[in-house]
Design a protein around this ligand. Structure first.
Ligand code: C5P
Ligand code: C5P
Length: 458
């Protein structure tokens, strides 16, 4: 059970929203600030749909990250209340200084389990302080969903969108758990989802789907023109067949081939299960599966089209078409970067490996795909991108590494702080920014911390 602390905090948040409009004109708006990844955009979409249903005006921004300066910049606005989603837990003090009511819906571990309860105008809904694992049990979009459901039961129609946010944050690896599982069961129970045996490949003609596939990334096939058709011939599958039209036998053949390839690459078992098991379809936005919806939102965020994504989530058909086009563009970008990465040597240290990423906006995605499909999954991976005089670090591990003690959020935050930088995230996926001049010493520091986290084990 997810515990009643979530219910209490959500009820407090709904009351704060109501109270915020007692002494201001009803035309005042609700300020929504969220993250630009799939989870953040899904959370923003849920909040804005719910606010419209409440008859509230809103002003929404989906940003790369929340800084103390960004929080300060909100002081000049005249919103009745601010809702932060997928961020805010680490800046409660700065938020309280705004003197505006605020709701924080976050799943990143708060600083020293700061509940923020002494600030009467802030309701802090963080998965961790509600006794839920914020890496797998709840994300910003499922917390936003819980809030929307509290405002109006009709908002349960947004449950598939909440789950797409969880998929975007990879919280579905190994199956939905914690509060996410409750949302999943609600969505299933209400007939919003259809579960089908399948293989995680893009929709469309199978040959091209194999070539466009990034997750799973199939070395020798993904990004290689003509390789998909060749593979289908080899497996005796009809060319021109669409992903959704495969017969059980064809699916079995393709699935066995992909699973064997991935086992050969050392892809962790839980990851293989995710790409070869059950696919979950939703009608929401007409994308296909929850993964397709998450990918579409993520693509919009990474290609500076957050406004398009939000309009699409509010039901604008023109925006939906643009969002699909963004997905194709982003997919091509990832394929291009991954095929280049295949030709690059990752640098291996004793307890970690790293590579240089040209574009910091896709570094995290590349690191996640690279550890699972390209390089050694037994070593945590760091993608380093130079931005001005700083280096941005995106780090990824695997569940087996985390079970052996690896905690990237802790190691990056300690190592970055040593050099005047900052970092955080989750044990399995974290990031940091450090001064570029300190890169080499920072890597040594990371190596030492990871070695001690894992007790010298690899
Ligand atoms: O900021 P936030 O918590 O939303 O981001 C989590 C990030 O961690 C996402 O980019 C997600 O894809 C990544 N992640 C991952 N592998 C996991 C779990 C999370 O790459 N197993
Ligand atoms: O940017 P990237 O996708 O690699 O971020 C992975 C995770 O680390 C996300 O949850 C992000 O919010 C977090 N992060 C952080 N502090 C940073 C950079 C990233 O907490 N400086």
């Amino acid at each position: 059970m997810t515990g009643c602390r979530l219910a209490e905090r959500i009820a407090g948040a709904a009351k704060l929203l109501d109270d915020a409009f007692k002494n201001v004109p009803s035309t005042a708006s609700v300020r929504v600030v969220s993250h630009y990844d799939a989870d953040g955009i899904a959370a923003a979409g849920i909040l804005c749909n719910a606010l419209v249903r409440e008859g509230r005006r809103f002003h929404c921004s989906m940003i790369k990250g929340l800084s103390p300066n960004y929080v300060k910049s909100l002081a000049g606005e005249s919103s009745a209340i601010i809702i932060f989603a997928d961020m805010g837990s680490s800046l409660i003090k700065e938020i309280s200084e705004l003197g505006v009511s605020a709701i924080i819906l976050d799943h990143h571990r708060p600083v020293e389990d700061e509940a923020g309860d002494r600030h009467k105008d802030i309701v802090h809904v963080n998965a961790h302080i509600c006794g839920i694992d914020g890496t797998y049990g709840a994300c910003a979009s499922t917390l936003a969903y819980r809030f929307a459901e509290e405002l109006d039961k009709h908002n349960i129609r947004l449950a598939p969108l909440a789950l797409a946010g969880a998929v975007g944050d990879r919280q579905d690896i190994g199956g939905f758990s914690g509060y996410n599982k409750e949302v999943y069961e609600t969505a299933l129970g209400n007939g919003f989802l259809a579960r089908m045996k399948g293989i995680k490949l893009p929709q469309g003609e199978l040959g091209s789907a194999v070539e466009r596939s990034t997750d799973p990334y199939l070395v020798g096939y993904s990004g290689k023109k003509g390789s998909g058709i060749e593979l289908l011939k080899k497996l005796g599958i009809k060319p021109g067949r669409k992903t959704a039209e495969m017969t059980a036998e064809e699916r079995e053949k393709l699935s066995s081939f992909i699973v064997t390839e991935l086992i050969g690459k050392g892809t962790p078992a839980d990851w293989i299960k995710e790409v070869s098991g059950e696919m979950i379809y939703t009608d929401f936005m007409g994308c296909g599966t929850l993964c397709d919806l998450a990918d579409t939102l993520n693509a919009c965020g990474r290609t500076d089209r957050t406004a398009i994504a939000l309009a699409a989530l509010m039901g604008d058909s023109g925006a939906i078409s643009e969002a699909f086009a963004a997905k194709e563009e982003y997919n091509a970008m990832i394929l291009d970067a991954m095929t280049s990465l295949e030709k690059t040597d990752v640098v291996k240290m004793g307890h970690l490996q790293y590579f240089t990423a040209k574009d910091d906006s896709i570094a995290g995605v590349l690191a996640g795909l690279a550890i699972n499909y390209l390089f050694d999954p037994a070593l945590p991976i760091l993608a380093l991108s130079r931005v001005g005089d700083k280096v941005k670090v995106s780090a990824r591990a695997t569940k087996p590494l985390v079970s052996s003690g690896c905690d990237l959020a802790a190691s990056l935050s300690v190592a970055a702080e040593k050099f005047g930088g900052y970092g955080g995230g989750h044990p399995i996926a974290a990031g940091a920014t450090i001064p570029a001049n300190d890169e080499a010493t920072f890597l040594k520091e990371m190596e030492n911390i990871i070695a001690s986290q894992m007790g010298g084990k690899k």
